[in-house]
Design a protein around this ligand. Sequence first.
Ligand code: ADP
Ligand code: MG
Length: 183
Amino acid sequence: HRGWLEVICGSMFSGKTEELIRRLTRARIARQRVEIFKPALDTRYHAQDVVSHNHTSIRSTPVQLPSEILLLAGGGTDVVGIDEAQFFDESLVDVCRQLADGGTRVIVAGLDMDFRGRPFGPMPALLATAEFVTKVHAVCVCCGELAAYSYRTVPSASQVLLGETEAYEARCRPCFLAGEAAQ
Ligand code: ADP
Ligand code: MG
């Protein structure tokens, strides 16, 4: 089959990893050869597995650089899944393009925005060049509306701060803005 790029984006707790695992599991059921990668720095739950907040998981290969994905997902791989794509550098965009051009179905999941609401890492270019884009939403922990923002509850200015519910909350736009104004 011909290759293409799919992107699953949204805030923290929006179900990106769940949706990625769902698609990869279905590809395996269809007897396709699936390889899954994540950035080596993301060791929050498990060194090897991609794990969702709903505790579903799938075995993955942690890599430091996008170029390792090209080397490891050699001939014969039908589907490549990549989680936490925002933590990779811009070279991920070209790696995904090369894989898709070569006939691989590439499914990328990642945060579209950082904790300040700015586009995150290679995600804007991946979204622009994908055939299919899915934006999933969390539930705002303040008011119950759909949440698109990852609000940081601990003081740190660094764009990358690994954390979960102790450091981040899913918030809708008004509750995100209210939190920013209060700081
Ligand atoms: P992501 O990869 O986008 O961070 P996951 O797929 O790991 O999301 O987790 C999604 C799951 O997180 C949901 O099915 C739900 O069980 C749980 N969850 C926890 N907090 C929230 C929230 N505020 N909104 C939606 N889901 C949440
Ligand atoms: Mg996730």
